[in-house]
Design a protein around this ligand. Structure first.
Ligand SMILES: Nc1ncnc2c1ncn2[C@@H]1O[C@H](COP(=O)(O)OP(=O)(O)OP(=O)(O)O)[C@@H](O)[C@H]1O
Length: 295
């Protein structure tokens, strides 16, 4: 479990993180979402002790990350722009990390395979593509078999295969009971894997919400109605308080009245329905509404 309480960090006049509080629970993927510059990386850096907060606290498993005896075995971290010695091979890089934590060479081979780097293990990391470097970063994060995994924009630079790999990996890690916090600025990507969302803007928490709740909250934006009795329906719906727009092809776009009510109203007027389709507001739209209205 990760607990962040009233965390604040300023860089000069910029409040990168501003009184942020949240809890990241085990057994599910928590998406950490916010537009560029929202404060995601700074928050993650403070959780793992790389940036010092001006005020507030961040703990992992009940203690500040840096006070743990073997950080790599407690929290696996992938931060943007993580440095790898360019002259070392992927295997040498991981073996170097492993040695500092008493981790076996067998585990190094295991995470290389898990990251799809088995064939590139003995190539210099300096020659790696962005996607391969990301894979090596994830392999490093998982090396110590940590209960908590923090990944900053892990799909950056990955090809479709890599994106699919990350999605499956995140879900597997959560299913194993681990705490998984993964940042992104894209709702479309996060919605595929996350069970829970923390949405931030301007360093502040804008929403702490389950993905299912957000889908419900997004609600129905409008219903599409097709009927040979469109004129009858149009006036009946307007009288019932709906906002109705007639499309060029004769379809009606109906707002402000639920699909059930439209069906009932049509039946009472003996109007035939050929189509009655509720359209959900997209998660993307809900995310934009949250970040725009409260940022
Ligand atoms: N070392 C630093 N010095 C000065 N300002 C910084 C520093 N690090 C971050 N900032 C500023 O703090 C704010 C939050 O940045 P941060 O990188 O945490 O956002 P982010 O949500 O991770 O954005 P992105 O999605 O672009 O990575 C931004 O305004 C950024 O310019």
């Amino acid at each position: 479990m990760i607990e962040v309480r009233e965390l604040t960090k300023r860089f000069g006049a910029t409040a990168a993180v501003d009184g942020l509080s949240f809890t990241v629970r085990p057994g599910r993927v928590t998406g950490f979402l916010g537009p560029n510059g929202a404060g995601k990386s700074t928050t993650m850096r403070m959780i793992v002790g790389l940036d010092r907060p001006d005020s507030g606290t961040a703990t992992v498993g009940g203690r500040p990350y840096r006070t743990g005896p073997a950080p790599l075995c407690t929290v696996g971290v992938l931060l943007e722009g993580r440095a790898v010695h360019r002259g070392r091979t992927a295997r040498q890089h991981l073996l170097g990390l492993a040695r500092t934590h008493g981790i076996s060479a067998r585990r190094v081979a295991e995470v290389l395979d898990m990251a799809g780097l088995g064939g590139a293990a003995d190539r210099r990391a300096g020659g790696f593509s962005l996607g391969m470097s990301q894979r090596l970063g994830v392999a490093s994060a998982l090396l110590g078999d940590p209960a908590v995994v923090i990944l900053d924009e892990p799909v950056n630079g990955l090809d479709p295969d890599g994106v699919l790999w990350i999605r499956t990996l995140l879900k597997d890690l959560a299913a194993q009971g681990r705490t998984v916090l993964v940042s992104s600025h894209l709702m479309s990507e996060t919605a595929v894997t996350a069970d829970h969302l923390l949405i931030i803007g301007g360093g502040r928490l804008l929403a702490d919400v389950g993905i299912d709740d957000l889908i419900t909250r997004a609600g129905t934006s409008h219903c599409l109605v097709r009927s040979p009795d469109a004129a009858v329906l149009h006036s009946a719906l307007t009288a019932a308080g709906a906002t109705v727009t007639a499309e060029d092809d004769g379809a009606l776009i109906v707002r402000g009245v639920a699909a059930e009510r439209i069906g009932t109203l049509a039946a009472s007027r003996h109007a035939t329905l050929h189509e009655l389709t509720p359209h959900r507001a997209s998660l993307e739209q809900a995310y934009m509404d949250i970040t725009r209205s409260r940022a």
